[in-house]
Design a binder for this molecule. Structure first.
Ligand SMILES: NC(=O)c1ccc[n+]([C@@H]2O[C@H](COP(=O)([O-])OP(=O)(O)OC[C@H]3O[C@@H](n4cnc5c(N)ncnc54)[C@H](OP(=O)(O)O)[C@@H]3O)[C@@H](O)[C@H]2O)c1
Length: 238
């Protein structure tokens, strides 16, 4: 197993939920985690928690929809660290609950721009640093909705089907540089995503830490092989 101690790990959507659990887990493994989202107060709080537990963390609040902000963030990482070994594209929005024909174009755009274009912008910004180092992991958090139909969530489902195609394709573009791109597709996770209450039993759902465990596994693979995708399901139906 390869260690990640001292490596820089960037996580989008790290203010809460799955992204926060991934940040804590990678920091506990010795990485310097860079937490990003829009909510600066929550990022600051999580950074303090990680540091209090003996980890190394920093944060930067920006909107993933803002191309210039993504570029500024990457320039700052290049300047401060000169590298990025792990990039977890986790930020996402749902905007579910309506059939496609009643979905407002603004909601369609928010879903596609966050879930799909956001991952593209981050890879565009950080792949060059990984290519220069000839090493890196890109992990995109998709969903089982990226494999299945999702009634009243067509835009969300389409964004995650798209993210799977993006991941498998960019994995082919980057593997010759020693960079491995993988996708994790969880079922319902116990977070406040999409406003929370789905009527499912929260304790039987997948927990954010379960997704973080998969990230930990992906970033510690031996260098000669990699897992393209993990489909993560609850043991018991919630
Ligand atoms: N929970 C589930 O049931 C489930 C299942 C399968 C897959 N997933 C996927 O897992 C990922 C994380 O979900 P979660 O459950 O942890 O959701 P969450 O608790 O709602 O967290 C979403 C994160 O994304 C950030 N974000 C949203 N829009 C952003 C933007 N424009 N710019 C920057 N950051 C933005 C949010 O921070 P700010 O609001 O502060 O920006 C937040 O930190 C998503 O991609 C989701 O699709 C979730």
């Amino acid at each position: 197993m390869e260690g990640i101690s001292g490596q820089v790990a960037i996580i989008t959507g790290a203010a809460r939920g799955i992204g926060a659990a991934i940040g804590k887990r990678l920091a506990a493994m010795g990485a310097t985690v860079v937490l990003t989202a829009r909510d600066e107060a929550r990022l600051m709080q999580l950074t303090a928690e990680i540091e209090a537990a003996g980890g190394r963390a920093e944060y930067e609040a920006f909107d993933l929809l803002d191309e210039a902000a993504v570029e500024r963030f990457a320039a700052g990482i290049q300047q401060r660290h000169g590298r990025c070994y792990i990039l977890v594209n986790n930020a996402g929005v749902g905007r579910m609950g309506k059939p496609l024909w009643e979905t407002a174009p603004a909601d369609w755009d928010a879903v596609m721009d966050t879930n799909l274009r956001g991952a593209y912008l981050m890879i565009r910004a950080f792949a060059p640093m990984m290519i220069a180092a000839k090493a890196g992991h890109i992990i995109n958090i998709s969903s089982l909705a990226g494999h299945n139909p999702l009634k009243n969530g067509a835009a969300y489902s389409a964004s995650k089907w798209g993210l799977n195609g993006l991941t498998y394709s960019v994995a082919e573009e980057l593997r010759d540089y020693g960079i491995r791109a993988s996708v994790i597709a969880p079922g319902s996770v116990n977070t406040g995503f999409g406003g929370g209450s789905s009527g499912k039993n929260p304790s039987r759902k997948i927990q954010p830490e379960d997704v973080a465990n998969v990230v930990a596994m992906l970033v510690t693979q031996a260098p000669q092989s990699f897992v393209s995708e993990v489909l993560l399901r609850p043991t018991f139906k919630p």
